[in-house]
Design a protein around this ligand. Structure first.
Ligand code: SF4
Length: 289
């Protein structure tokens, strides 16, 4: 739950949830199914029975004990307040049946655009940190930002997949620039460190792997599965975590401060402790206590 009140999208600080300025969209517009994350099925467009009349959650303080683990993991990347306050100018789905369908359709589109903005924002920061010209990254950010500002009816015609396809080479290039810099900073790693990580790469299946105190700095794990992996004490500076599944991974004492393309949702889905180092602006999930 965020405390930010700005609605106009600037940079990273506007790409996190601001529930106080949202009409509970994730609790209405999205579907969920009975699983380890939710205790019952709910179709898209139906309000969750726990949503109160003021768009608050009646079981907010007890989501996990009530079986709503998925709610503690989800992050809208700021799409909730954007859809509520900007796209639909403060009109709620409760007040206006006419906009209800359009609003529920626009919300997931804006969320995907905001997620892409999150990645592009970090990519341009990585390129700038390497003293390279970040113009192509900033231009792509601006294009996606402008798309996220479109009126609801025009959003529905967007090809969001095409926007991701256009951005992907830039994300990969920025990651390579940052990881090359990290490897150069480290110099030659110890033999033991190399042995442990030499087989790791994109799309690795590392479910339940023991990577305790592993040196993962400068490694690309893009698209890998690290469900329930032990990453306690691991070092992940400039480790590319784009799309990595960190559900129930143990991040206790791990250093993720400079991890690449890490999201709040990945952090929320993992386990950690007070010693886990997170990037600036990230929130330590309450269930880590
Ligand atoms: S349990 Fe609470 S947070 Fe989760 S969908 Fe329902 S109202 Fe929203």
């Amino acid at each position: 739950m965020g405390t930010r009140t700005r609605v106009e999208l600037g940079r990273r600080e506007d790409l996190g949830a601001d529930c106080a300025n949202c009409f509970g969209l994730c609790c209405v517009a999205l579907a969920f199914t009975t699983s380890a994350d939710f205790p019952f099925d709910k179709p898209a467009g139906e309000p969750c029975p726990n949503l109160d009349d003021h768009d608050g959650c009646r079981v907010h303080a007890q989501l996990r004990p009530h079986g709503f683990k998925g709610c503690t993991v989800f992050d809208c990347f700021g799409a909730g307040q954007k859809t509520s306050r900007h796209t639909f100018a403060g009109r709620s789905w409760r007040d206006d049946n006419q906009i209800r369908t359009a609003m529920f359709a626009a919300f997931p589109i804006i969320r995907r655009l905001h997620e892409l903005l999150w990645y592009l924002d970090q990519a341009s920061a990585l390129v700038e940190a390497a003293d390279r010209d970040a113009t192509p990254w900033l231009q792509r950010f601006e294009r996606v930002r402008e798309l996220s500002d479109l009126p609801g009816e025009r959003l529905l015609d967007l090809d969001v997949d095409a926007e991701y396809d256009a951005a992907r080479p830039l994300l990969i290039q920025a990651s390579e620039i940052a990881r090359r810099g990290e490897i150069a900073r480290q110099g030659v790693r110890s033999d033991r460190s190399r042995r442990r990580t030499r087989t790791l790469g994109p799309q690795s299946d590392l479910m339940g792997a023991r990577l305790t105190r592993a040196d993962l700095q400068g490694i690309c794990l893009r698209g890998s599965t690290l469900i329930a992996a032990d990453l306690s004490g691991a070092r992940l500076a400039h480790c590319d975590l784009l799309g990595v599944d960190l559900r129930d991974a143990d991040l206790s004492g791990a250093d993720l401060e400079d991890a690449i393309y890490l999201t709040q949702m990945q952090v929320n889905s993992a386990r950690g402790d007070a010693a886990t180092r997170l990037p600036p602006g990230f929130q330590r999930p309450p269930h880590w206590v």
